[in-house]
Design a protein around this ligand. Structure first.
Ligand SMILES: [Zn+2]
Length: 714
């Protein structure tokens, strides 16, 4: 029985050999499982067999690998070694487009529009799809197909759903007939351009032989039996860097479908950066002319305004890209035609088709039986009707304790590139992408349902993206760290159940975490989401929120990488955070700020970034101190003392423990931090714990930083 991708590959080969109609007819014939009668049907059967051989899981035994390669090569030759295309495309610099506008309505619209292009428009180029689509989404998919026909002189868009390996996370990876790959890549870029006017996107393809689908990029060019004959030292070194060892075993480990997909991903980066790829001229950057005397758009403050959207208290002038974002956002909230009238009144003709808000995705998800408990947790005794989205950041900040502060969470998978390269077949690739995407969505929605509640019929969060391994959320400040931790925990828990992402546990706790050992799970997931969490005043400019959240994520990921290097068995997630109480606090990069304000030679006044168990310990510490009515002023006093130096602060701390009635509580809480204890020397004393075997760090400052934003009970 041919698998889904066997059919896709055979379909593409048939499309190239004959045409779309014939390929389609052959696919239908095959589905009916009738005997081959025509020449075409016989050749198509051979194509299916060849595809099946090329896409089958590689054998376990090393000797079998060579035989397998010969087999694939021979069936490919019997079909004239015709190539098919592997195509990858999607939006680039997504955050730049989404966060260009300063206001939530446009940010939400931008995010939802990109989501629709990725989910509906791109797959529509490969097949008629409508499973689970709303009427408006189906209509959108059909108009994408019509547009393709029109723009490419009657060329028929493909009609084989199995061509799509995945379409999420802002990207599509798909098989395509060689003949039409260029038109499809062109159309993908055009879709982003024509719908958003300004978002950047790239699409590239690579012609691949069947042997490459099975064994990565040009496997026959330099076979391992020739490694020994290479005299050029530089080449040997390069090869060694790539394969680790120059033998057949390491060679075949690297030569997979994952290698091929990475090669295409690399082409995508090259095209994004303005290089000539696949013989096409470099992609031009979308550009809208701005007249210096024109009224500026109030949302992006970049382009000339062309439309006026009335709000309750103000009139906002918008440029066309921002106006589209704005009206798309309104449509996702199902606002009336009276409310969206301003768009047509301005003479703009674009239609916001197939709109769907993240809040709707969330409510649909809560509606599934398996999530009934979470739905109860979230909606409680409130009317179960779906809540509506927040109007602006103030709506989210209003639900925070203390009120007026929001939390931005930016989470992203660790080490994904390397993991993707290891995947052996398109099926594995598809399964991996699907599982990671599902786990990320489930984890995010679970975290939102667990830690938040709608207030006055409004959701008090905004999802600005979930897709692939990437999440960006705005939530009330006090829930931000808990949500980030729950996302990390849930993703890990879901993915360590899956064969494709599971990896044995058994790392050395003390190498990784700076707190006392806890129960370790028997297995881990190779995919985990690290995150950057920024807590800030509701009036903080959006560009700053985004920049700082990105910096924090980068810092968190750097720690995860370092820990993985320390202990190769450790794959856990990390979190970095910052609470910005006043705007003047930070103008430079976070790292520079920390170097200047929080580091003295061998003393660190912060222990960030944290692993997940560490950040949980920090949150618990605050909760316990609050429960015990521990005087905050004394924490401030101790924090001030650490600036006086190592010895002075220890003396002061010990003195405090002797005379304070709250000594036990503090000793208990800080006593959980044991520092890096692998050196055999004293690893914790007073408020200090040893850092990476040298120097000292304290969590006191971090504890105080989040103190006000951790509710007493969870
Ligand atoms: Zn604008």
């Amino acid at each position: 029985m041919p698998s889904e991708f066997d059919k896709a590959v055979a379909y593409c080969l048939a499309y190239d050999r004959w045409n779309g109609k014939t390929a389609q007819a052959l696919l239908t014939w095959k589905r009916a499982e009738e005997l081959a009668q025509t020449d075409e049907q016989q050749i198509f059967t051979k194509m299916l067999e060849a595809a099946g051989t090329a896409l089958q899981e590689p054998p376990d035994q090393l000797e079998e690998h060579v035989k397998h390669l010969e087999r694939v090569n021979s069936v490919a030759q019997s079909l004239g070694d015709s190539p098919i295309a592997l195509l990858m495309g999607g939006a680039t610099k997504i955050k730049g487009y989404v966060f260009e506008s300063a206001k939530l309505p446009e940010i939400r619209g931008a995010s939802a529009l990109l989501d629709r292009i990725n989910r509906i428009d791109l797959p529509a180029l490969f097949s008629h799809l409508s499973d689970g689509y709303s009427p408006s989404e189906t209509e959108r998919a059909e108009s994408v197909r019509d547009q393709f026909r029109e723009r490419h002189h009657g060329k028929e868009p493909l009609d084989c759903r199995d061509c799509v390996i995945y379409a999420n996370g802002g990207e599509i990876l798909a098989f395509a007939p060689n003949k039409i790959a260029s038109a499809l890549a062109d159309e993908i870029e055009f879709l982003y351009n024509s719908e958003t006017l300004i978002a950047n996107s790239v699409a590239v393809w690579r012609s691949c032989s069947l042997v490459e689908l099975s064994f990565g990029v040009r496997p026959l060019d330099l076979f391992p039996d020739r490694f020994k004959q290479i005299n050029d030292d530089r080449l040997r070194k390069l090869l060694r860097n790539y394969y680790e060892e120059l033998d057949a075993e390491h060679y075949f480990r690297r030569k997979t479908f994952g290698e091929l997909a990475s090669a295409v991903a690399l082409e995508k980066l090259r095209r994004r950066d303005g290089n000539e790829v696949c013989g096409r001229p470099p992609k031009s950057i979308p550009h809208l002319e701005t007249n210096p005397y024109a009224r500026r758009c109030t949302s992006c403050e970049r382009r000339a305004a062309v439309a006026m959207r009335p709000f309750d208290t103000e009139e906002r002038w918008l440029c066309e890209p921002c106006a589209r974002k704005s009206v798309f956002g309104q449509e996702t909230k199902k606002e009336s035609s009276e409310q969206t009238k301003w768009f047509k009144d301005a003479g703009l003709v674009w239609e916001a088709q197939g709109t769907k808000a993240w809040a709707t995705h969330f409510d649909e998800w809560l509606g599934v039986d398996a999530n009934a408990e979470l739905k109860k947790t979230y909606y409680g005794s409130l009317p179960q009707a779906p809540a509506s989205g927040p109007e602006d950041l103030e709506d989210i900040a209003e639900a925070a304790t203390p009120s007026g502060f929001i939390g931005a969470i930016y989470a992203d998978g660790n080490n994904m590139g390397a993991l993707l390269e290891e995947l052996e077949t398109p099926s594995e690739y598809a399964t991996f992408a699907k599982k990671v995407n599902e786990a990320t969505t489930n984890a995010t929605f679970t975290a939102l349902a667990k830690h938040l509640k709608p207030v006055k019929g409004k959701h008090r969060f905004e999802v600005l993206s979930i897709g692939g391994d990437d999440v960006f959320l705005i939530v009330p400040a006090h829930a931000a760290l808990r949500i980030a931790v729950t996302i990390a925990r849930e993703v890990e828990e879901e993915l360590r159940q899956e064969d494709i992402t599971r990896v044995g546990g058994g790392y050395a706790w003390a190498e990784v975490h700076r707190i006392k050992p806890q129960n370790q799970p028997s297995s881990l997931s190779k995919v985990v989401l690290s995150s950057g969490v920024l807590i800030a005043d509701q009036h903080t400019p959006v560009f700053l929120i985004r920049r700082l959240a990105e910096e924090l994520l980068k810092s968190a990921k750097a720690r995860a990488k370092k820990l993985r290097e320390l202990d190769k068995q450790y794959y856990g997630a990390t979190v970095d955070f910052m609470s910005l109480k006043s705007l003047g606090m930070i103008v430079t990069r976070i790292e520079d700020f920390r170097d200047q304000a929080l580091r003295r030679k061998d003393l660190d006044f912060t222990a960030k970034p944290y692993t997940i168990p560490e950040v949980e310990a920090l949150l618990t510490a605050v909760e316990e101190l609050k429960k015990a009515d521990f005087p905050k002023s004394q924490l401030y006093h101790l924090r001030e003392q650490v600036e006086k130096g190592w010895l002075a602060s220890i003396v002061d701390y010990l003195y405090f423990l002797c005379r304070s009635p709250h000594a036990e509580e503090l000793r208990e809480v800080l006593g959980r931090w044991v520092g890096s204890s692998s050196t055999g020397r004293v690893s914790a004393i007073g408020p200090w714990v040893r850092r990476d075997g040298q120097g000292w760090e304290t969590v006191l400052g971090d504890l105080l930083e989040i103190y006000d934003f951790v509710p007493e009970e969870t």
